[in-house]
Write a protein that binds this ligand. Structure first.
Ligand code: GLV
Ligand code: MN
Ligand code: MN
Ligand code: MN
Length: 407
């Protein structure tokens, strides 16, 4: 059996955890499906000579130590998924990391130690914010705050991790990491449209995300005169439209602006009762930080008019943001040379989606690679990366890890 066969076989096994009828996976962080796949991944790592460790926020590490006391080349991504998400987002990169590190460790001769990581809760769909485990690891999110975070049902991260038995205190910390590498599906169409196999990620778009809480008053949908209503859902609807209008008004071909509201919780969410409260998320992204700031300010300028129209109050909560950040040129160049040697076509690319690498990149030399997504589809059960592209990515990641581990 070739190493390609063994990767595809492992990937098929992994894809069965939380599998949906339409070919995707549903395994939000710390769900039963996530717990089960993490246990499977622990066994896979242990069976192949890795020492498995957890940190206090449930990041899962597989260590290959050949150079006592040396720092690690850390390689990984995330196994958790969006609700009814795709098989590849994150999971591809974690499994690719395990295969790449295993191959490099097997040939030996490295100056640095090697480690694989499955970051806890990258998606942030159940426990916000996204990129949760890597945020704690890099100090961007306080550990106690993270462990006290609850899901909409009130389940606490720390309690759930304890019940899973998947936390610990013996794992590597940021100071032990010499370099980080991550491979991920593109989640866009640039590689496919240009017939390119590998994206060398040169920078990330900026993002601003926060929740908007719309406060109205609960009343009867039939008997309350229209003029008396304080309808939180009406206020929320205006915000959804205002967010979309920002993108339509401010985007330019050189500086696009992406805006989304993708989640709303309505109270009491009942027929015959005007909504008392609605909480929605706002997600703004652009490769232009000034444009992003302008969009954010413009939205805030429009909030008082929405408050008056719907007779509601609107509060902002729970902000998360990152700027346009280049990935180190030395890493792009290292990966480009490795791709050339393997005869793989490549191009520089920006990441629009956030990744755990965004946090790591703020602290350690970081290399981020993309493989093509069919039709650019992601966060969807139809997400697909062709086997030959997936395997090319594993080959390249192996070569990149080998070069990084040479010290
Ligand atoms: C995380 O996945 C993001 O793109 O925000
Ligand atoms: Mn991802
Ligand atoms: Mn994702
Ligand atoms: Mn992501």
């Amino acid at each position: 059996m070739t190493s390609g066969d063994s990767f595809l076989r492992d990937f098929a096994t992994l894809s069965a955890f939380g599998a949906t009828e339409r070919g995707g996976v549903h395994r939000e962080a710390a769900s039963e499906a996530d717990e089960a796949q993490r246990r499977w991944f622990e066994q896979l790592l242990a069976g192949r000579g890795f020492t498995v460790r957890y940190d206090r926020i449930g990041n899962q590490f597989g260590l290959r130590e050949t150079v006592p006391g040396a720092p690690y080349v850390l390689v990984g991504s995330h196994l958790d998924s969006q609700p009814r998400g795709g098989r590849y987002d994150g999971a591809y990169g974690v499994l690719a990391a395990a295969h790449a590190v295993h191959r490099v460790a097997g040939t030996g001769g490295t100056a640095l130690n090697l480690a694989v990581v499955n970051w806890f809760n990258e998606e942030g769909s159940r426990f916000t914010p996204s990129m949760f485990g890597s945020a704690v690891f890099t100090g961007a999110l306080d550990l106690d705050t993270a462990r006290d975070t609850t899901d909409p049902a009130g389940v606490r991260v720390g309690d759930r991790l304890a019940a899973m038995g998947q936390t610990g205190t013996e794992a590597p910390v940021l100071a032990d990491v010499a370099a980080y590498a991550e491979i991920h599906i593109e989640q866009g169409r640039v590689l496919e449209e240009t017939g390119t196999t590998i994206g060398l990620v040169a920078d990330t778009w900026a993002a601003r995300k926060y929740d908007l809480r719309v406060l109205g008053d609960q009343s009867h949908t039939g008997s309350t005169p229209m003029a008396d209503r304080q309808d939180a859902l009406l206020g929320a609807a205006h915000l959804v439209v205002a967010a979309r209008a920002l993108a339509d008004e401010l985007s330019t071909p050189d500086a696009p602006l992406h805006t989304s509201v993708s989640r709303m919780a309505v109270e009491p969410n009942s027929p015959v009762t005007v909504a008392r409260e609605a909480v929605l998320n706002l997600d703004l992204r652009s490769p232009d930080e000034d444009l992003l700031a302008r969009a954010d300010a413009t939205l805030h300028e429009r909030i008082p008019a929405i408050e008056r129209t719907a007779r509601v109050g609107i509060e902002v909560a729970g902000a998360q943001r990152w700027g346009v950040r280049p990935f180190p040129e030395a890493g792009v160049e290292l990966a480009r040379r490795a791709a050339d040697e393997l005869g793989l076509s490549h191009r520089r690319i920006s990441t629009v989606a956030g990744h755990d690498s965004v946090h790591l990149n703020a602290h350690v030399p970081t290399v981020m690679l993309f493989v093509p997504s069919v039709d650019g589809i992601s966060h969807n059960e139809a997400e697909l990366t062709r086997d030959d592209d997936a395997l090319a990515g594993v080959e390249l990641l192996t070569a990149v890890v080998r070069r990084l581990a040479a010290g």
